[in-house]
Design a protein around this ligand. Structure first.
Ligand code: HXC
Length: 259
């Protein structure tokens, strides 16, 4: 598969790394880039050898938003009839293996929304997050008004969405948007370390964990806890559960087979 707006490689034959690659436009997300991103994610998800994926950008920008130049002349009829955003941004939601966003520099507008669509965010100390769409006369359109309040609470989400200001990595970590902050020059090393740790576990268990945590954002607490309980029960049907627990009991490393 060859791509124009992203680069793709694997690390240790286990981690699929996707780098957004429109550096001159600060990785502004156009439709072609989003289609390529969806194709790359789906290919990694279908590859048995891959246990985790990373989406990253450049030092200066994870992504500075949807491509404003491309959007500027769209009419309501254009965006409604073509199902703008839904058509090519939603693929990531169907990815079942864990996806980590490794964010350095700007993650604004659609860039912040893309990072929030990943399972967790590791931020470099130069990361800046924001939903500046209000300055363009619009609002976030790829889930920002829904995922941001779930991550940082109503007050900060309103502040960011209504003022369009940016928050730095420290504020983002304090607010719960990012899971950890690392020095810029350690971003990929640290993210890869987390990805390889995930790859060392049973793929069935990591997929179930992702599915169950995501359930916390849909439906009631009681439904979510019941969903988790049934997945937890189901994992007792896997070879990996027998292996993981036997390894602990017998004080040896587990060798998972994803069965
Ligand atoms: C298109 C963009 C862009 C974007 C930057 N560029 N962001 N092009 N779409 N979102 C381009 C600039 O036009 C410029 O091109 C080049 O990238 C470098 O940007 P500069 O502005 O010169 O860099 P700098 O001064 O460092 O400022 C960085 C910045 C600023 C603060 C990130 O670029 C900025 O405010 N960008 C827009 C951020 C934004 O509003 N994002 C939300 C978009 S709306 P040239 O050719 O001049 O060198 C959105 C809607 C989401 O995302 C809805 C659903 C997805």
């Amino acid at each position: 598969m060859s791509f124009e707006f992203i680069t793709v490689h694997t690390e240790a034959d286990k981690v699929g790394v996707i780098t957004l690659n429109r550096p001159k436009q600060l990785n502004a997300l156009n439709a072609d880039l989003m289609v390529e991103l969806g194709q790359a994610l789906k290919a990694f998800d279908a590859n048995e050898a891959i246990g985790c994926m990373i989406i990253t950008g450049s030092e200066k920008a994870f992504a500075a938003g949807a491509d404003i130049g491309a959007m500027a002349t769209y009419s309501f009829a254009d965006v409604y009839k073509n199902d703008y955003i839904t058509r090519d941004w939603e693929t990531i939601r169907s990815i079942r293996k864990p996806v980590i966003a490794a964010v350095s520099g700007f993650a604004l507008g659609g860039g912040c929304e893309l990072a929030m669509m990943c399972d967790f965010i590791i931020a470099a100390d130069n990361a800046k997050f924001g939903q500046p769409e209000i300055k363009l006369g619009v609002i976030p359109g790829a889930g920002g008004t829904q995922r941001l309040p779930r991550a940082v609470g109503k007050s900060k989400a309103m502040d960011l969405t209504l003022t369009g200001r940016m928050m730095d990595a420290t504020e983002a970590e304090r607010a719960g948007l990012v899971s950890r902050i690392v020095p810029l020059d350690k971003l990929m090393e640290e993210t890869l370390g987390a990805a390889l740790m995930i790859c060392g576990y049973s793929q069935i268990a990591t997929m179930a964990a992702k599915e169950s945590v995501n359930r916390a954002f849909e439906g009631t607490l009681a439904d979510g806890v019941m969903f988790e309980r049934r997945l937890f029960h189901a994992l007792f049907a896997t070879t990996d559960q027998k292996e993981g627990m036997d390894a602990f009991v017998n004080k040896r490393p587990a060798a998972f087979t994803n069965q």
